[in-house]
Write a protein that binds this ligand. Sequence first.
Ligand SMILES: [Zn+2]
Length: 198
Amino acid sequence: MSSISLVAKSKLPTPWGTFTLVGFQETGTGKDHAALVMGDITTDEPVLGRIHSECLTGDALFSLRCDCGFQLQAAMQNIAKAGCGVLLYVRQEGRGIGLLNKIRAYHLQDQGADTVEANVALGFAADMRDYTICADMLKALEVKSLRLMTNNPRKLKAMESFGIPVAERVPLQEGRNPHNEFYLSTKANKLDHLFKKT
Ligand SMILES: [Zn+2]
């Protein structure tokens, strides 16, 4: 049984083109998630895709503590340029710990902890995200395989294990700045993220 159901669809014009906005509801929790779709993503060719975890601070509040907002914008621009692709907007703030705990973790980071140490100090695993719902959203959208825009090898393995083959990893390098340098190097060192050496 699928962990999500597709609830509604509409058009969503953006500065980079008009997407179809698809709303999903998670069966177990009632949580809502969204996808942006452009072109025919049901083809047998691998489809350009991004699995974006919600980051209110980065996506909407212009935070420089992370690279999320920059990656979201770059992914939408890349899909618009290709004329075809899918972006999942998954409501798993702070690698799954939620907004308030993320702010608590930021407070610990202000005092010198790194992003992994802060999550662990608050009693969470370094990464609490559930990729089952992502795979189920892609299946509901009839995506057969992906060219996945990510620096996170865990996402590649997760999609493969849930039956969505990843034909290619497309790196996203946008958004590095002095405020997130330590955060990004922690992601590279402790969470195996793949960044180009600078
Ligand atoms: Zn972020």
